[in-house]
Ligand binder design. Structure first.
Ligand code: NAP
Length: 288
């Protein structure tokens, strides 16, 4: 069984990004706007800061209180849009329900939308155009498959999960690469029959250990996107010292499938590296 090791690929991408940045006298800058407090978001922002600084980028974290008005958030985005030293702007998700998510995301200038969640980027992905930035998790999954030379064209891909952030863009990106894609969700009937049919199974539901032995078959490639902080005693026992767990019961499927991305150490590190690939590309374009 092949482990799709996201840390190895992340380190390779980091080395490439360092070189690309060294070709310039200035540094790329990412602005992360966080609205309200959230423990998980704080961890993700720390990871982004650490990775960004390790490749020579500047990462500015703008923490706005949950009661900031939407108007003030929009005006902060506008200010960074017109700042020529800022090359990428992201809104750390989730944001409070009181905000119009699409209006906030669409306020980011398309050339600085390095999370690829604004309408222009979404439309470009939908149309299969190269313009616009691909959401980081989707881009990370594609890079992981590419590094391990896993063919995509003509393959049956099943994506479990249809979120705006992960499931839908990932399904669309794989369709653009000529896979035959099926999207499953919480109302899907007889999921194991569907998932067994996949050559590549991508799981993004947020349900720990949801994919069991009866969902998989020999020869499959499994991409586990899920991240759940481990709490219950039972999970603690099952995952040993790991503090997060994926959607796939790794031990139950590992002797059956051909390849699998572990949690931690699979898609997570790829997501961070892919965000900074988008940032460095934005920086290069804006410096042309
Ligand atoms: P989300 O918005 O909650 O979406 C979850 C999706 O899973 C929904 O489409 C839901 O279906 C589907 N689902 C839930 N239970 C299901 C079931 N029993 N059977 C089939 N489908 C089911 O979550 P998300 O933002 O996509 O994130 C998914 C997971 O990925 C989370 O654990 C998150 O932490 C993780 N994540 C990881 C990374 C990374 O870098 N590794 C990045 C982003 C997210 P319905 O639409 O029918 O409700």
């Amino acid at each position: 069984m092949l482990i799709l090791d996201g840390k190895v690929v992340r380190d390779k991408i980091a080395a490439e990004l360092r070189q690309r940045i060294l070709a310039f006298s200035s540094k790329p800058k990412l602005v992360i706007i966080q609205i309200g407090e959230n423990e998980e978001s704080a961890t993700y922002i720390q990871q982004k800061k650490r990775f960004g600084e390790s490749i020579g980028a500047v990462v500015e974290h703008v923490a706005l209180p949950a009661d900031t008005s939407e108007r003030d958030v929009l005006s902060a985005i506008k200010q960074y849009n017109s700042d020529s030293n800022t090359h990428g702007i992201i809104i750390q998700m989730p944001i409070p329900d009181s905000f119009d998510r699409d209006r906030v995301l669409d306020a980011i200038a398309p050339e600085k939308d390095v999370d690829g969640l604004g309408s222009a980027s979404v439309k470009a992905l939908w149309e299969g155009k190269r313009a616009g930035y691909m959401p980081a998790t989707t881009k990370g999954i594609l890079s992981l498959l590419e590094y391990y030379k896993i063919p995509i064209a003509g393959k049956n891909v099943v994506v479990v999960g249809r979120s705006f952030l992960v499931g839908k863009p990932t399904a669309q990106a794989l369709l653009n690469l000529d896979a035959t894609v099926t999207i499953a969700h919480s109302k899907t009937v007889n999921l194991p029959a569907l998932t067994q049919h996949a050559d590549i199974l991508i799981v993004a539901t947020g349900n720990p250990h949801f994919i069991q032995r009866d969902h998989v078959r020999a020869g499959q490639v499994i991409i586990d996107v899920g991240i759940t902080a481990v709490t219950g005693e039972k999970l603690d026992e099952e995952v040993g010292e790991r503090t997060i767990t994926g959607d796939v019961h790794f031990d139950a499927v590992k002797d059956t499938v051909h390849a699998i991305s572990p949690v931690p150490g699979g898609v997570g590190p790829m997501t961070v590296a892919s965000l900074f690939e988008n940032l460095v590309t934005a920086f290069e374009i804006q410096n042309r």
